[in-house]
Design a protein around this ligand. Structure first.
Ligand SMILES: NC(=O)c1ccc[n+]([C@@H]2O[C@H](COP(=O)([O-])OP(=O)(O)OC[C@H]3O[C@@H](n4cnc5c(N)ncnc54)[C@H](OP(=O)(O)O)[C@@H]3O)[C@@H](O)[C@H]2O)c1
Length: 314
C-alpha cells in the first residue's frame, strides 16, 4: 500500500518527511517518482495534474491538503467511485480567524486612512463607531466562518451569518436561502466571504450583491472581505464599486487569477488591503496528522471526518 503526494506548487519535502514519520513502513511517493500506479491506495492532493488520479486503479481515497476542494472537483477525470476528503484543522482555522479579525478591525478602525496620514506626517482624528454598532455579515458558516464569527462576537461586533442549511449557530443569528441573503446584506456594514467555490457560488460577489449591502447608515459605505476563493468575486465589479462609492474598501486574499497581475488597479487603491492567498496556510505538521487519521479510518472501515459532498461541491 502506498501513498502518493500529488502536489504541485508547494515544496513537498516537509510533507514527505512528515508522512514518512507517520507511516515508517510505507513508501511515500511524489509526482515524478517512478511509482507503480497499481500500488497507490491514497492520493494526497494540491492542484494535482488533471487525469492523473484516473490512472490509479486501486485508489481508495482522495484527500485535499487544504480546506477547499475546488481544485480537485475541477478535474474532469476525477474517479467517480473514490471518496474525496478535505482538511479540517484547528491550526488552519485559527489562522483564518486571525486574518478575518485583522481585516475587520483594520477597516472598522480606519487603518488604511491612518497609514496614509502617517506617510503624510498628518495628525488628524476621525470618529469611529463602537464595535457593537458595526454589523458584520459572514457568507459561509462552516468551520472557518463559524470560528471567525465567534471571535468577532467576542470583540463586540454585531455578527450574523448566511449558510445553505437551516442549522443555527450559537452566539449569532443565521440566515439561509436567497431571501435570507438579501435580508442579511441589507443590514451588513462589513461583508466577510468564507464560501467554497462551487457552480452556485461562482461570481456571487458582484455588483448586484454590493448594491444590496447597507448604504447611508452611520457606518458609511460597506466593506468587502474575501478569503474564500477568487472565483467567488468579479474583480471588475469590485473596482467599479470602489470607484463609485458603493464599496468603501476591501480586503482580498484571493483573486480570479493568481498571482494577481502587477498591473491590476486593485494594488493601488487606497482602501484595499491585499494578501497573497496566505490568510490560512496548510502546515505539514498538523495537516498531515489530520489526513493520516482519515487514511487510517478508510483502512479500518470507519467514517472519516471531512467527507466532501460532490453534488454540492464542498
Ligand atoms: N484563502 C485561504 O488561504 C483559504 C484557506 C482555507 C480555506 N479557504 C476557503 O474557505 C472555504 C470555506 O472553508 P470551510 O472549512 O469553512 O468550509 P465548510 O466547513 O465546508 O463551510 C462552507 C460553508 O459555506 C456554505 N455554503 C456553501 N455553498 C453555499 C451556498 N450555495 N449558499 C449558501 N451557503 C453555502 C455552507 O453552508 P452549510 O453550512 O449550510 O453547509 C457552509 O456554511 C474553503 O472552501 C476554501 O475555499 C481559503
Amino acid at each position: 500500500m502506498s501513498i502518493l503526494l500529488a502536489v504541485t506548487s508547494w515544496d513537498i519535502a516537509p510533507w514527505r518527511a512528515r508522512l514518512q514519520g507517520l507511516y515508517p513502513n510505507e513508501t511515500i511517493h511524489a509526482l515524478g517518482d517512478g511509482y507503480d500506479p497499481a500500488a497507490i491506495h491514497h492520493a494526497l492532493c494540491w492542484k494535482h495534474p488533471h487525469g492523473l488520479l484516473a490512472e490509479l486503479p486501486n485508489l481508495k481515497s482522495i484527500h485535499s491538503l487544504g480546506a477547499g476542494v475546488d481544485h480537485l472537483l475541477a478535474d474532469p477525470a476525477l474517479p467517480d467511485d473514490v471518496p474525496v476528503f478535505r482538511v479540517i484543522d484547528p491550526n488552519l482555522t485559527a489562522q483564518m480567524t486571525e486574518w478575518v479579525c485583522l481585516q475587520v478591525l483594520a477597516h472598522h478602525r480606519k487603518l488604511p486612512l491612518y497609514q496614509r496620514q502617517q506617510r503624510a506626517h498628518e495628525w488628524r482624528h476621525h470618529d469611529c463607531l463602537p464595535a457593537a454598532k458595526v454589523r458584520v455579515g459572514i457568507m459561509g458558516l462552516g468551520e472557518l466562518g463559524q470560528s471567525a464569527g465567534r471571535a468577532l462576537t467576542a470583540l463586540g461586533y454585531d455578527v450574523t451569518g448566511w449558510r445553505r442549511g437551516k442549522a443555527g449557530v450559537e452566539h449569532f443569528s443565521v440566515f439561509h436561502g436567497p431571501d435570507g441573503l438579501k435580508e442579511m446584506l441589507g443590514r451588513t456594514n462589513i461583508l466577510v466571504s468564507l464560501l467554497p467555490l462551487t457552480p452556485e457560488t461562482k461570481g456571487i460577489l458582484n455588483a448586484s450583491l454590493f448594491a444590496q449591502l447597507e448604504h447611508g447608515g452611520s457606518f458609511g459605505a460597506p466593506v468587502l472581505i474575501n478569503s474564500g476563493r477568487g472565483g467567488l468575486q468579479v474583480e471588475a465589479d469590485i473596482l467599479a464599486a470602489l470607484n463609485n462609492g458603493t464599496l468603501a474598501g476591501a480586503s482580498l486574499d484571493v483573486f480570479e487569477q493568481e498571482p494577481l497581475s502587477a498591473s491590476s488597479p486593485l494594488w493601488d487603491h487606497g482602501n484595499v488591503i491585499i494578501t497573497p492567498h496566505n490568510s490560512a496556510v496548510s502546515h505539514p505538521d498538523s495537516v498531515a496528522a489530520f489526513v493520516s487519521q482519515q487514511i487510517d479510518d478508510v483502512r479500518t472501515g470507519q467514517k472519516p471526518w471531512g467527507l466532501v459532498n460532490r453534488k454540492l461541491g464542498y
